[in-house]
Write a protein that binds this ligand. Structure first.
Ligand code: HEC
Length: 102
């Protein structure tokens, strides 16, 4: 440690980053960044290049929109378009996505 005193803070930082990535919201963030940010903003509270801001989306809305390309009964969509294709393969990640977006 004498030669590399900077190692300690770097290690602490890496640990902190790992802790942040943990938990349902952290895993949801990873799914979001991998699957959604081609169209939605990497900051979900802002509009993306194609998709609207989706911060605060409910589990119910996510399930309808992401799995089935639909909306919950009575929900008024932010856009009238139908560009986003359903992604039923993400069924197992819905709770985590909802935890990240809430
Ligand atoms: C191909 C681009 C694209 C991808 C990828 C995409 N979306 Fe979308 N999304 C859109 C667009 C565009 C809309 C607006 C409605 C439409 O045209 O389909 C939308 C609408 C939505 C809505 C409804 C917003 C509202 O309140 O009306 C939600 C929720 C949503 N997206 C979540 C997601 C999530 C979560 C992912 C990743 C798992 C994702 N989207 C991936 C383009 C995309």
């Amino acid at each position: 440690m004498k030669r590399w005193p900077w190692l300690l803070p770097a290690f602490a930082l890496a640990l902190a980053a790992c802790a942040q990535e943990g938990g349902p919201a952290g895993r949801g963030r990873q799914v979001y960044l991998a699957q959604c940010t081609a169209c939605h903003n990497s900051d979900p509270s802002k509009n993306g290049p194609l998709g609207p801001a989706i911060k605060g989306s409910s589990r119910e809305l996510l399930e309808a929109r992401v799995l089935r390309g639909a909306y919950p009964p009575g929900y008024k969509p932010k856009r009238g378009t139908a560009i986003m294709q359903p992604m039923p393969q993400l069924a197992s990640a819905l709770d985590e996505l909802a935890a990240f977006l809430k």
